[in-house]
Write a protein that binds this ligand. Structure first.
Ligand code: HPA
Length: 273
């Protein structure tokens, strides 16, 4: 059974337990940002464990739920928790929820994450619109036999992060009284944070931020012709920039401290799409 057929089975399960309303917007909530699902109404919650072909997620701070419901009166499907490559999952597992979202009817995907700031003008707590990415992991979720039902063998990657959505994000933040950073996100495997030498290298390569997620999902969404918006919460200065050690707790704490601002931004962006 290929991934398309597996995703169809997952959809059958979801449809059996939820009326056939089709959300057009998908939202992936990164580390420490998952509580946005608490603001959703008329929800139907599916745990990853119960969904056919979903694996069980293991990371601290990621609970693993797919939630369909309304945010600001708009029907969305949200993932609280995601699969990471560093957990040992194949990239087909990491990106499977995005395949399912597509079959559910999602045409716009909002990806969020917590990441480290490389650009020294940025500071912890800033939010950044991803304008492009660097795939520094020698892997790609589209490797292997192409699934023609989803998209082409050689998809264009010149605008993975949809320009019009980036404009909406910046304008929305402005209306709310703050501004967003804009930059290139580099995907690093993890789970160890980068060394100072690696951060120097990644800066020279052209990245403004670095993290351990998002790129696989964005590649798969783009393969399926979804519009993609990526928003990063810069939780720390990347390794070696400050004379201090990095910790997952710090990442969670900073993500938590900007939660209200972040939630507000996402809710308002969803109304503008
Ligand atoms: N590097 C990689 N991933 C991260 C970081 C970082 O500094 N902070 C949060 N996620």
């Amino acid at each position: 059974m290929n991934i398309y057929q597996q995703a169809q089975q997952t959809i059958e399960y979801i449809n059996k337990h939820y009326s056939n309303q089709h959300p057009k917007i998908g939202l992936i909530l990164g580390s420490g940002l998952g509580s946005l699902i608490d603001e959703m109404t008329e929800t139907k919650v599916f745990s990853f464990e119960e969904l056919p072909h979903f694996e069980v997620s293991t990371t601290q701070g990621h609970s693993g739920k797919l939630v369909i419901g309304k945010l600001n009166k708009i029907l969305i499907v949200a993932l609280s928790g995601r699969y990471h490559f560093y957990e040992g999952y194949d990239l087909s597992v990491v990106t499977f929820p995005i395949r399912v979202m597509k079959l559910l009817g999602v045409s716009t995907l909002i990806l969020t994450n917590a990441c480290g700031a490389i650009n020294k003008d940025f500071k912890p707590g800033d939010l950044m619109v991803i304008n492009d990415h660097l795939n520094l992991v020698s892997n790609n979720p589209l490797m292997g036999k192409n699934i023609d039902e989803f998209g082409p063998r050689f998809p264009d990657s010149s605008e993975i992060y949809t320009k019009s959505l980036r404009t909406i994000a910046h304008q929305t933040a402005k209306n709310l009284g703050f501004s967003l950073r804009d930059g290139v996100y580099a995907w690093w495997t993890g789970p160890s944070y980068e060394t100072p030498a690696e951060i120097k290298m990644i800066r020279i390569l052209g990245a403004d931020a670095v993290g351990m997620s998002t790129v696989p999902e964005a590649l798969v969404a783009s393969h399926m012709d979804m519009k993609v918006l990526g928003i990063s919460c810069l939780t720390n200065m990347a390794s070696g920039i400050l004379d201090q050690k990095l910790s997952h707790q710090e990442v969670l704490d900073v993500a938590q401290s900007v939660q209200v601002k972040f939630r507000n931004l996402i809710k308002n962006i969803i109304s503008e799409i």
